[in-house]
Design a protein around this ligand. Structure first.
Ligand SMILES: Cc1cc2nc3c(=O)[nH]c(=O)nc-3n(C[C@H](O)[C@H](O)[C@H](O)COP(=O)(O)OP(=O)(O)OC[C@H]3O[C@@H](n4cnc5c(N)ncnc54)[C@H](O)[C@@H]3O)c2cc1C
Length: 313
């Protein structure tokens, strides 16, 4: 039986462990710590994969995105379901719990991997050496940045709000950007481009929140393997969260990698670069003037934007 070592216990580590197990490999998973919580919007591409692999997906269905101005008037509606492209939202903690519940027959090693060798050897912080036929690294950190981009700082928090439960609300108006994502049981994530949320209090009434800054950077590398080591998820590239494709694309590509008999297609790897660029374009458009914001929604009118967002392009 081929042996796989999975380094990292985030979404990509857990998904990879499951796929390797499904392919009949013996799996050892090395991981430590818990990634910080955040909102995750699952798009059509990953929903299809999760349904096939797990028979379902976690979170709540959302109809799409309503874009509001600062007075609360809707000036744009991105109704993805009309195009047959589903969206669901979930907290990262709940998503990880879903993946954990569906993992069986995997040996867990609690600890960090401290060194990797392309021959297939992994050393852990306790000094243990584990050898495998395949090493899948999903440690959430870049191993080699080729291009990178530092985005504007965003603030993220989980306030108690009375907002809609089945739409994501984007408040995108002259020099102000915020997004409210519901993820079930009255819970919301609020991400803003500015620490001053007084304009939102006019829309949602007074609320308390305890935001933390997200100093975001994106990076991309076309080198995804070295000897027996395969790099996956954020360990090989990271996009801006508002492309909503960080996990979605990574799970989708990883699934294709297993289905193709452990091979990446150059087209898929290039597609990742497109998402890296998309993150930069989005970052430069929001919080700008109305005309530029309108321009950013243009691709939605021809359908290209919908399919890009849903990852099914
Ligand atoms: C605010 C925010 C919102 C987002 N929204 C979306 C969204 O809507 N849709 C979407 O698709 N994506 C979204 N993303 C991106 C998504 O969260 C990431 O792409 C995804 O979580 C990466 O998963 P991962 O498993 O590669 O890494 P991580 O989740 O970072 O997991 C890595 C794990 O490996 C462990 N680890 C680290 N080093 C080692 C080591 N040496 N040995 C062993 N273990 C190690 C870490 O402790 C961690 O538990 C968002 C990101 C943010 C920040």
């Amino acid at each position: 039986m081929a042996k796989a070592i999975v380094v990292g216990n985030g979404a990509l580590g857990l998904f990879t462990a499951r796929r390797a197990r499904d392919m009949g490999m013996g799996v050892v998973m090395v991981g430590k710590g818990k990634p910080p919580d955040r909102f995750i919007v699952l798009q059509e591409n990953v929903i299809r994969v999760l349904e096939r692999v797990y028979g379902g997906y976690p979170g709540v269905r959302v109809k799409g995105i309503r874009v509001l101005d600062l007075k609360g008037r809707e000036w744009r509606r991105i109704e993805s379901e009309k195009r047959g492209l589903r969206m669901a939202s979930v907290s990262y903690g709940d998503f990880l719990a879903f993946l954990e519940e569906n993992l069986k027959d995997v040996e867990r090693v609690e600890g960090y991997a401290t060194s990797l060798d392309p021959s297939g050897s992994v050393r852990t912080e306790s000094g243990r050496e584990i050898n495998g036929d395949h090493v899948f690294v999903a440690a959430g950190k870049p191993f080699r940045k080729v291009v990178s981009y530092k985005h504007k700082t965003f603030y993220l928090g989980f306030p108690r709000l009375s907002a809609e439960e089945d739409w994501i609300l984007q408040i995108n108006d002259s020099h102000f950007y915020a997004v409210v994502t519901p993820f079930g049981q009255g819970r919301y994530a609020l991400a803003t481009a500015s620490e001053d949320v007084s304009p939102l209090k006019e829309l949602f009434g007074d609320f308390e929140w305890d935001p933390f800054p997200l100093d975001l950077s994106s990076y991309y590398t076309p080198f995804w393997r070295k000897g027996r080591i395969v790099y996956l998820g954020d360990s090989v590239r990271r996009f801006h969260p508002h492309t909503t494709q960080g996990i979605n694309r990574a799970i989708w590509i990883t699934d294709r990698f297993f289905r193709r008999g452990l091979k990446f297609s150059p087209w898929d790897v290039f597609g990742e670069f497109v998402f890296f660029l998309e993150g930069i374009v989005l970052d430069s458009l929001w919080g700008s003037g109305r005309r530029r914001i309108r321009l950013s929604y243009l691709p939605m009118d021809v359908g290209f934007g919908y399919t890009l967002m849903a990852g099914t392009l």
